[in-house]
Design a protein around this ligand. Sequence first.
Ligand SMILES: [Fe+2]
Ligand SMILES: [Fe+2]
Length: 336
Amino acid sequence: MYTQAMDTMGKEPGDGKKAVRSADEMRLEENFDAHIDAGDFIEAKDWMPDHYRKTLVRQISQHAHSEIVGMLPEGNWISRAPTLKRKAILLAKVQDEGGHGLYLYAAAETLGTSRDQMFDALHSGKAKYSSIFNYPTLTWADIGTIGWLVDGAAIMNQVPICRCSYAPYARAMIRICREESFHQRQGYEALLTMMTKGTDAQKAMVQDAVNRWWWPSIMMFGPPDDQSPNSAQSMRWGIKRFSNDDLRQKFIDAAVEQARILGVTLPDPDLKWNEERQAHDHGTIDWSEFWRVIAGDGPCNRERLATRVKAWEDGAWVREAALAHARKQTKLKEAA
Ligand SMILES: [Fe+2]
Ligand SMILES: [Fe+2]
């Protein structure tokens, strides 16, 4: 999972400053720009401007953090899934998200950052991750709703990244997107089962979950285009292909039809078809909530970070044992 809002957060030291460049560097940058304009991919060994590298490190590492923190709200329900089938599906999905994190940490490492640096930034609270994972999963219907809306929004965001100009990121995204589409479908199918075969209480539970997740889900596309200062540069570099508002609109238009089939109401009285625009108009998004959650004051920010740090600390013995085993194997090979 991922939010397009990632590229709007935080500033690295030196961002936005114009460095003094040599004639050689200017030639290299012209060559780089020509590759980008021609739609070529940039590989790890290719020259790239410092700001491009930093933007990608920030975006890919925050994307990786979002994948592994995203395991936590759903992980809460593995032991409480209603059937063995749903438990097996949820286990596989949460494991997929862990795998997505690993592909993405590996892609970020190709840019010269280390896994330890990235984990340090996450665990110290310096790095951001998607704001959506700071909301609680109160009922089983939340799990289906996350699949439908949150993974659904992630797919809308992530499919264009399969054509991102940085090749290791684009390659990771191709694998991730294939799995995300299953995540979306399993969530929708879980909700459809409750809505078509469930009790009135189960149907009410689905509606309640949709009411709570709808607005945070459409915030996942990031702030409106006129308040998204890094977007133009990311689009120029082919890191980002569509604007936040364009992707949000596509998502809303698709979700309205899916909600109708499910038999749930989307909690926005201003949501209606605009014949002229051939798209749905929607109500005002509470961006103050988005910025509050990003800044660390969402319903579960502290709990998520504490759980993540504890998991890291509890796993220290596994990492130490793996290193000790690797050292032993090396010694044995040297002795042979
Ligand atoms: Fe994922
Ligand atoms: Fe997912």
